[in-house]
Design a protein around this ligand. Sequence first.
Ligand SMILES: Cc1ncc(COP(=O)(O)O)c(C=O)c1O
Length: 373
Amino acid sequence: MNLFDVYPLFPIEPVKAQGSWLWDKNGKKYLDLYGGHAVISIGHGHPVFVKALTTQLNQISFYSNSVVSSLQQRLADKLGQVSGYPEHQLFLCNSGAEANENALKLASFVTGRKKIIAFRKAFHGRTSGAVAATDNPKIVSPFNAGHLVEFLPFNDKEALKAAMGSDVAAVIIEGIQGVGGIHVADDEFLRFLATQCKTYGSLLILDEIQSGYGRSGKFFSHQFSGIKPDLITIAKGMGNGFPVGGVLIHPDIKPWHGMLGTTFGGSYLACAASLAVLEVIEQENLINHAATLGTAWMDQLKKVPGVLEVRGRGLMIGFDLPAEHSSLRNNLLHEHHIFTGEAKPHTIRLLPSLNITEEESAIFQKALMQELS
Ligand SMILES: Cc1ncc(COP(=O)(O)O)c(C=O)c1O
């Protein structure tokens, strides 16, 4: 059987990983500044993570959501404490798209409405509603396009004001647009958005799937603005590579049995992985580290001749390049053995592990200078 060929592949096969480093099957070593799409939060193979998963695997790895799981409650308690959302409720699922799908469904249940507002360049995943709220017609099938979604310019108060109304179930926005090229939602815009949602009884969904879990230098990037969204979606860094996602749900939203559900969501292994991630984020002070190192790194990038614009917060960094440097990402990978991300047309995205060191960031800086000189 052939694999369904939907991914353009680098001709590299990683077989081992530790911290911010990967090794391919020929023993070649790579610096990982991308974490497999912003997934690696506490570093590859972190000993606390490995121990938590192997211990859990030796006890019980799976049963369904029809039995008591105190591990799920421990995760909810820890997440509430570390994130600053102890009053919100937690629904556990398996991926980012699924988290957004459930958030959109909840907003529609709560309001009885259908219309969703999303933003230009947004990416929210590939399932039915999530992809309909994603601003990329190429990946939206006619079936998905049946949803009622209006796209607005990002960070544009006037456009938002004109589009809001009592027919809007929810507004969905990334704290920092990732796939769209690292565009930060303005604090002032988020405050205005939260007020508009209140005025019209619409729910605010903050997609923190890429920008959450400490990456921005706060637990959630929207926390720079001081708002408290109704629904917050999480995945990626939450499991450091173990597939897990979730929705943080405002305490006023009342559940009923069967309202949401999943077979695999909240499995023992997913909870063990997620608890280990939170423990390490806290013990190693990774949020402050992301803030400090990220700010210094962005300052350095701004000084590199040839770099056009630097955007981001913490360790979610993007910078634009002139068109003649369109091969930079490939050169970094094949000549300097550094994995980075990109956004079309000319943005490089850096999404390293939150415990990357200053020395490791300097390796990138040196390679970049060489390439752009
Ligand atoms: C902001 C955002 N939301 C949702 C998703 C979808 O997550 P997943 O690929 O786990 O379904 C992504 C993935 O890149 C993302 O960046």
